[in-house]
Design a protein. Structure first.
Length: 582
């Protein structure tokens, strides 16, 4: 009995309802949608930047009106009107700037949401450490988001507005425009030199810190030897020396940043103030400027601002562009899998014909001309040493990888071309590290869908996981965490229940008994034999003798090819008698 004291049916998470819509967008369309979002952000920023520049110039003109209208007349009402207009313009300027930042932040978040799930799913099929690849891809998404919502896009738009500001200076006098260009060139040069020097100093500091961290980690692994052999004082001296080297590099970086920052401030001040000098010289030469030289001083400061940030903006641009290219390549590589379809299944026969696979950059293929047939009701076990390619072969079998040569077919249809949702109705797959740490036990068995509790309990009973689950604090509604409440063996049973949830016609298991004891292993053998009698084909990899002995055929991967396994003592008789007795 599953007592009423334990809730069995977990409530679906709110975001479950939005998942199908997100998954329905093909990878080939995602980058196009993101590109449209970026162009929208650029247009919005440009439009608001133009308005902001006009309001800024109007605010400067309003300041000048105080001098031109109030001082000669001394009229308080005129001063009040100008003060109100000035306050309104300042408020409008602040509001537009806040609106621009809020809009860019929203667009950046929307881009991140569009990209995050597809890129994680795209790297799931990559060879090597998929977790590391996913981490890098998510960092690329964050870099792109930061570039859109941070100062990068606004700096670029400010630079686009520079020609309009130079035209205003030309209307005042060509000398003001020439002086502003000279200041902008000087500020850009200093900004680029500053960024390069600061980046080199920080790299040196980070390298010194990394070497120190590596030395500490190495010492922690060998702590007993360090203490027993009296190496602690010399080790501490090395730590101190490397930490001091890192501190020197960091101080150098900070000093460089301070000096170059001061230089940029001096250039900005001299350039703005120099506009007054230029105006004074023009007036001495007989050119009537009025308040034009004060306006020129203010506009010169606006011209210099984007060039003073040029070094940091180019660095951010290069990072964002590199992230965009990596994400485009990652999703572009997955376009072939988007053209998937649901195929009819009549028999459930798996056929692998002359399959080859080679790791990217490897000198020789991992698998060469591998041919294999798994018939309905047959159990086929794969053995082989570490790195022989067993896991890769199973991933090829279920279509997670596309063969470099040859093909994998289920009832004549290529498995890598099959719609994953439809394929999962026919094939149960359990990898070595099988269980997600998000959701409840029932949701995990139901593959993160709304659990059909009758099917969930049936699969759990088949996988010998039901007693363990009902003993949990909240039964099937217990949330799975990275640490507890399930042991490795219990997690493996839950993962097996997930593979059995859809009553598959083919079961593919990667080291299914890795965390099971002898009794659990014997139960697994009996389950596989019962499934085989019901016509389910089973393909598994294992090094456990009892599990291998329970298979109808045993093949070994050696040198990239399948060969018959050496004969083993028969261990199936006791299991078979136990089945008959049951």
């Amino acid at each position: 009995m599953i007592g009423a004291r334990k809730p069995l049916l977990p409530q679906p998470s709110p975001d479950r309802r939005t998942a199908p819509r997100a998954a329905a967008t093909p990878n080939r369309d995602i980058m196009g949608l993101v590109r449209a979002e970026i162009w929208s952000a650029a247009r919005l920023t440009l439009a608001l930047g133009l308005v902001l520049s006009l309001v800024t110039v109007a605010t400067l003109l309003t300041k000048l009106q105080i001098i031109s209208l109030v001082e000669p007349t001394g009229n308080g009402w005129t001063l009040a009107a100008i003060a109100v207009a000035f306050g309104l313009m300042v408020g409008l300027m602040v509001g537009i700037d806040q609106l621009r930042e809020a809009a860019l932040l929203a667009i950046g978040h929307r881009v991140a949401r569009r990209l995050a799930a597809p890129i994680v799913l795209a790297v799931a099929g990559e060879q090597g450490r998929a977790d590391i690849a996913a981490g890098q891809a998510l960092r690329d998404v964050e870099e792109l988001r930061r570039g859109l919502s941070g100062p990068l896009l606004t700096s670029m738009v400010d630079a686009v507005l520079v020609p309009a500001l130079l035209v205003l200076l030309l209307l005042l006098h060509w000398a003001f425009a020439l002086w502003a260009l000279f200041g902008a060139l000087l500020a850009a040069t200093l900004s680029l030199v500053s960024e390069r020097a600061l980046r080199q100093a920080l790299l040196a500091s980070n390298e010194a810190q990394a070497r120190t961290s590596g030395l500490v980690a190495d010492a922690m692994r060998c702590a007993e030897a360090v203490e027993a052999m009296g190496m602690r004082p010399r080790l501490a001296a090395r730590w101190n020396a490397r930490m001091e080297a890192g501190a020197d590099s960091l101080r150098g970086a900070q000093g460089t940043a301070r000096w170059l920052g001061a230089g940029l401030a001096i250039v900005a001040g001299i350039s703005s103030g120099g506009a007054l000098v230029v105006g004074a010289l023009l007036q001495i030469g007989g050119v009537e400027l009025g308040f034009g030289m004060i306006l020129a001083m203010m506009i010169t400061g606006l011209v210099l601002a984007p060039f003073a940030r040029l070094g940091g903006a180019l660095h951010d641009w290069s990072l964002a562009l590199a992230a965009w290219r990596r994400l485009g390549a990652l999703l572009g590589a997955e376009r072939a899998t988007d053209a998937s379809a649901a195929f009819p299944l009549s028999e459930g026969r798996l056929v692998m014909e002359r399959v080859s696979w080679v790791h990217r950059g490897a000198a020789r293929p991992l698998l060469r001309d591998v041919s294999l047939v798994v018939k309905p009701g047959e159990i086929v076990a794969l053995t082989g040493g570490p790195g022989s390619g067993k896991t890769t072969l199973l991933r090829l079998a279920v279509g997670m990888l596309k063969p470099a040569a040859g093909g994998c077919f289920l009832d004549g249809h290529a498995t890598h071309q099959w719609s994953r949702e439809d394929f999962a109705r026919h094939v149960g797959y359990m990898p070595q590290d099988p269980l997600l740490t998000d959701g409840t036990v029932a949701e995990a068995i139901a593959r993160l869908g709304l659990p059909d509790m009758a099917a969930v309990i049936r699969a759990a009973r088949q996988a010998d996981a039901h007693p363990t689950i009902t003993a949990l604090p909240h039964g099937y509604a217990t949330r799975i965490r990275a640490e507890g409440p399930l042991s490795a063996g219990q997690r493996q049973r839950v993962a097996l229940a997930r593979a059995l949830y859809s009553r598959p016609r083919l079961l593919v298991l990667d080291e299914p008994a890795a965390w099971l004891d002898a009794e659990g292993e014997a139960r697994l053998v009996r389950l596989l034999r019962a499934l085989a009698r019901d016509g389910v084909g089973v393909l598994l990899s294992s090094h456990r003798p009892a599990l291998i002995a329970g298979a109808d055929r045993v093949l070994t991967l050696r040198g990239g090819q399948l060969v018959p396994a050496p004969a083993r003592p028969a261990l199936t008789a006791p299991a078979g008698r136990a089945e008959e007795a049951a």
